[in-house]
Design a protein around this ligand. Structure first.
Ligand code: FAD
Length: 450
C-alpha cells in the first residue's frame, strides 16, 4: 500500500515512522493525486482521516493506528485573485492568514477570521463551516464559499468550482461538503467570496450593568451602524475578571469591573467620518442608559489590547479539570441559561467555576466549567449540565466547532432522530464503506453489500 501511495505522490508525499501516530501520512499535491489516493484506499478498504491545520477542537482530525492520515499541507497554492468578481481560487491546504494577507494586497477582504488563523486551513474551515469573530457581518464560512472541488471516497472528483453569486441549477452540491467535517469527501479546492477592504475600523469596550442593556445595545448598534457592525463580543464578569487580572496580560479600561463587557467593532467605508458616527452611536446608547462606561480604541495598539482581553482563552487552561463548550441558543434565552448554569456549578461543587463569553450577536456562547472535583464521570456530569437545558430552548450543542468524535454522544440532544437518520443515509450513499473520517459526526458501519 505504501509503495502504491509513493507511486502517486512521490517519496516526499508519504511520511511514516515513530513520530506518526497514524499508519502513515500521505500528502498529495493536487486533486488528481487525492483522487488516486482515495481510489487506492477504497480497493484496500483503508480508512482515511483528512488533516488540515489540526486546530479543530472536537478531535475530528485525530488519526489513530490503522487509519491513514491525508494531510492537505502540500495543497497550498493560491491560484487566482479576481479583483473585479471579488473572488479567490485556492487549494484547500492554504492557511487562513496567508489567504487574508494575499487578498488584502489587492485591496480585498476575506470575511472569515478566528484565533487559529495562523494554522487553520481553508479546507478545514470549509469542512467545519468555521465561524469566528466576524460572523455577524460576513456570515459563517458557508456564506463565503461560492464553489468547491471535492473527492469522494471512491476517488470520484466532484468539481463544482462555481464563481458566481447566483447559480440555481439543481442541487447545490457544495453544501454537502461544507460543515460535514470530512465525512462525505475531501475538499481539495475552493472559490471564495471576497469583499472590498474596509477603509476604517472603530472598536470600543463597553461596560453594561445587565443583559437587558446588552440586548438593547446590540439592537441599537445594529440599527445605527447598518451593515457595518462587524463584531459584538460579550464577556460575563467572571471571564472578564480572569482575562484582565494577572497572570493574564489584559488590563481593564474601566474604573469599576462591569457585570458584562461588550467588545463592539464596526468596519466602515466612509473613512474618518465613521469614527464620529461610531462615537455618536455609543453616546446615544449611554444617554439611553444602556451603557455604564465605554472606552474607544484610539490606535491599532488599543484595538489589539481590547481583542487580547477577548481572546485570553489560554487563561482558562490553568484550571484542571476544566471543560470547554461552544453552544448556540436564541439571544433572548441567554441570560436565564447563563444564570442557571452558574448557579448549578456553584450548587454542585464548592469552588466550582464557570466562565462565559461569546459572539452573542450570532447566538453563540463559549462556556468553560472547572468543577474543582475529580469525581468519577465528572466530564459527563458537566456536559449534562451544559447541554440538557439547550433542548428546551431550541439551542445547539455545537455552534461552530462541529461534532467530530468529542460531541457525538450529544448530537441527539439538539437534532431529531429523523435528522440523524438522514445524515446516516447521506453518509452511506456517498461513502458506503465508511472509509472517510470513520466514527466522526454520525457513526455508520460499512455497507456489507459493497
Ligand atoms: C485558538 C483557536 C481558536 C479557534 N477559534 C475558532 C472560532 O472562533 N470559530 C471556529 O469555528 N473555530 C475555531 N477554532 C477551531 C478550528 O480552528 C476550526 O475548526 C478550523 O476550521 C479547523 O481548521 P483546520 O485546518 O485546523 O482543520 P483540522 O483541525 O485539521 O480538521 C478539522 C476537521 O475538518 C476535516 N478536514 C480538514 N481539512 C479538510 C479537507 N480539506 N476536506 C475535508 N475535510 C477536512 C478534518 O478531518 C476534521 O474533521 C479555533 C481553534 C483554536 C485552536
Amino acid at each position: 500500500m505504501l509503495d502504491k501511495l509513493r507511486a502517486v505522490t512521490g517519496d516526499a508525499g508519504v511520511l511514516t515512522g515513530t513520530d506518526v501516530a497514524a499508519l502513515a501520512i500521505v500528502r498529495p499535491r493536487s486533486t488528481q493525486e487525492v483522487s488516486a489516493v482515495l481510489a487506492l484506499c477504497k480497493d484496500a478498504r483503508q480508512p482515511v482521516v483528512t488533516q488540515g491545520g489540526r486546530t479543530g477542537l472536537v478531535r475530528g482530525c485525530e488519526a489513530g493506528q490503522g487509519e491513514l492520515a491525508l494531510s492537505t499541507e502540500r495543497l497550498n497554492r493560491i491560484e487566482e485573485v479576481d479583483a473585479v468578481g471579488r473572488t479567490v481560487t485556492v487549494q484547500a491546504g492554504v492557511v487562513l492568514q496567508m489567504l487574508q494577507e494575499a487578498v488584502q494586497k489587492e485591496g480585498l477582504y476575506y470575511g472569515v477570521d478566528f484565533g487559529a488563523r495562523g494554522s487553520a486551513t481553508v479546507g478545514g474551515s470549509i469542512a467545519t463551516n468555521a465561524g469566528g469573530n466576524r460572523v455577524i457581518r460576513y456570515g459563517m464560512t458557508r456564506a463565503s464559499v461560492l464553489g468547491l472541488e471535492a473527492v469522494l471516497a471512491d476517488g470520484t472528483v466532484i468539481s463544482s468550482m462555481n464563481a458566481m453569486l447566483k447559480n440555481n441549477t439543481g442541487y447545490d452540491l457544495k453544501q454537502l461538503f461544507i460543515g460535514s467535517e470530512g465525512t462525505l469527501g475531501v475538499v481539495t479546492r475552493a472559490v471564495l467570496r471576497l469583499h472590498e477592504l474596509p477603509s476604517s475600523q472603530c472598536t470600543a469596550m463597553v461596560a453594561c450593568d445587565d443583559f437587558e442593556s446588552v440586548q438593547r445595545l446590540l439592537k441599537h448598534m445594529g440599527r445605527r451602524l447598518a451593515g457595518d457592525l462587524a463584531a459584538f463580543e460579550v464577556m460575563w464578569q467572571d471571564y472578564f475578571h480572569l482575562a484582565t487580572t494577572l497572570p493574564a496580560r489584559g488590563r481593564s479600561p474601566f474604573d469599576r469591573e462591569p457585570a458584562l463587557c461588550v467588545l463592539v467593532e464596526c468596519d466602515g467605508s466612509a473613512g474618518e467620518s465613521d469614527a464620529a458616527h461610531f462615537a455618536d452611536a455609543l453616546e446615544a446608547a449611554m444617554t439611553a442608559g444602556w451603557v455604564a462606561d465605554a472606552a474607544i480604541a484610539q490606535s491599532v495598539e488599543h484595538r489589539d489590547a481590547f481583542w487580547r482581553i477577548r481572546d485570553s482563552v489560554e487563561a482558562l487552561h490553568s484550571f484542571s479539570p476544566a471543560f470547554h463548550f461552544d453552544v448556540s441558543l436564541p439571544i433572548v434565552e441567554m441570560d436565564a441559561y447563563v444564570s442557571h448554569l452558574q448557579a448549578e456549578v456553584r450548587r454542585r461543587w464548592v469552588g466550582g467555576r464557570c466562565w462565559v463569553f461569546g459572539h452573542i450577536g450570532d447566538g453563540n456562547l463559549h462556556v468553560s466549567v472547572a468543577p474543582a472535583s475529580h469525581e468519577a464521570g465528572i466530564q459527563r456530569i458537566v456536559e449534562e449540565i451544559v447541554y440538557e437545558p439547550l433542548k428546551r430552548c431550541r439551542g445547539a450543542v455545537s455552534a461552530e466547532h462541529g461534532i467530530g468524535m468529542a460531541k457525538r454522544p450529544w448530537l441527539s440532544v439538539t437534532r431529531t432522530t429523523e435528522e440523524i437518520d438522514l445524515m446516516r443515509r447521506l453518509k452511506q450513499s456517498l461513502d458506503p464503506l465508511a472509509l472517510l473520517n470513520p466514527g466522526r459526526v454520525v457513526g455508520v458501519t460499512a455497507d456489507a453489500t459493497n
